[in-house]
Design a protein around this ligand. Structure first.
Ligand code: ADP
Length: 398
């Protein structure tokens, strides 16, 4: 049984075909620059006897992009399936499920309406997620589709954690609240962590740090998300590649007045020009930033200190909220592969029961902690989590 996992963005699309018998990736790839004359199609079959493809071509829209993905998977020479019927289900990553979607669901017209309703909360993401769903309905008719929401894992946030201290009417009337994101990843690594330590997740206090281009941290108590750093949008919380994370909200007003900025300009300033790219005056990729820092460049050293300091603050706060900590998890690009950052974040945390082995940290080993708090470096796998949810929902249909 093969499940196609799709993550449709505004101008990009990532896909994986996963064989659910052994949960292996049959083929994966992505399309970048949808809408451009020089879009890029990438395809990588796992079977070494077949060839990977990288092709630059015009891809007008998501219709063309998804038909290219399907045709590549079906390709006589380098494809991995002989017939569309070998795709048993499609799992879509959907960024925002609002308060309505608290778990993954089979896509129906009512679900599409719900996803459409949430466009107000995620105008840059949900329209494209929805487009992907509609195109698949046309191109793979009859194949069941499942929506897996980035926000769903955080539906267990208690009101004291998800309601902002602004007039309550905005929550009551407009559903303005903390939603949280990266839920599929936080949920996935928390479960892997519990399995690894061999204890039921229901009795564990876990902090998961998802550190990628976008970063967030979640407190998982008893298997439920009870605090998370991203808020109404993914802008809140940690310092990120190009996003500022937490700032004094009065700064937004002050900057707008001081520099005579429009709402759109402020939005771009905080989402695209801040964070690491703002602090380093040009770089958002942590590999480049760390290279500069290791060469002794003060500006980059400071940027990384700011990033790590913010995260350390949250680890302390979330331990306080849970009244202790059993497992600290690092995941995603930086979490999985940056000994430099983990080294700073984990320093002087013995008071909390956190200590680590620098040699294991250096080698990105799975378990790097040496104290009572287990410190784990766990590769995230959002695609597999989406495929598993899709399989579960398809099984219930039978
Ligand atoms: P996304 O959030 O787009 O899924 P990833 O989880 O792949 O991204 O994380 C991307 C980030 O991880 C980038 O900032 C990249 O520089 C960083 N990264 C990847 N490999 C390393 C590494 N070896 N050392 C430090 N940072 C790394």
């Amino acid at each position: 049984m093969n499940i196609l996992v799709l993550n449709c963005g505004s101008s990009s699309l990532k896909y994986q075909l996963i064989n659910m018998q052994d949960e292996s990736v049959v083929a994966k790839g992505q399309i970048e620059r949808i809408g451009a004359k020089d879009a890029i199609l990438k395809y990588k079959p796992t079977d070494k006897s077949k060839q990977s493809i990288t092709q630059v071509l015009e891809i007008k829209d998501h219709n063309v992009a998804i038909s290219l993905v399907i045709n590549t998977l079906l390709d006589k020479q380098n494809g991995v399936i002989a017939n569309k019927s070998e795709i048993s289900g499609i799992g879509h990553r959907v960024v925002h499920g609002g308060e309505e979607f608290i778990e993954s669901v089979l896509i129906t017209s009512a679900v599409k309406d719900g996803v459409r309703h949430c466009i107000q909360f995620a105008p840059l993401h949900n329209p494209h997620n929805l487009k992907g769903i509609e195109v698949c309905e046309e191109q793979l008719p009859g194949v069941p589709q499942v929506a897996v929401f980035d926000t769903a894992f955080h539906h267990t946030l208690p009101p004291k954690a998800h309601i902002y201290a602004i007039p309550l009417e905005f929550y009551k009337n407009d559903r303005i609240r903390r939603y949280g994101f990266h839920g599929t990843s936080h949920g996935f690594v928390a479960r892997v962590a519990a399995d690894h330590v061999g204890r039921p997740i229901e009795e564990l206090k876990i902090i998961t740090c998802h550190l990628g281009n976008g970063s967030s941290i979640t407190a998982v108590q008893g298997g439920n998300s009870i605090e998370t750093s991203m808020g109404f949008t993914p802008l809140e919380g940690l310092v990120m590649g190009t996003r500022c994370g937490d700032i004094d909200p009065a700064l937004v007003l002050h900057l707008a007045k001081l520099k005579n900025l429009t709402v759109e300009q402020v939005d771009s300033l905080l989402n695209k020009k801040s964070g690491m790219i703002g602090l380093t005056e040009g770089k958002s990729d942590f590999r480049d930033i760390e290279d500069e820092a290791m060469a002794g460049n003060e500006k980059y050293i400071l940027a990384l200190e700011i990033f790590c300091h913010r995260l350390k603050k949250y680890i302390g706060a979330y331990s306080a909220v849970m009244g202790g900590l059993d497992i600290l998890v690092f995941t995603a690009g930086i979490g999985e592969r940056s000994p430099y950052c983990r080294n700073i974040i984990l320093a002087n945390m013995e008071y909390l029961g956190i200590s680590f082995d620098p040699a294991k940290n250096e080698k990105n080993e799975f378990e790097i902690g040496t104290g009572p708090v287990r410190v784990l470096v766990i590769p995230t796998n959002e695609e597999l989590a989406i495929a598993r949810d899709t399989r579960k929902i398809l099984a219930a249909l039978k």
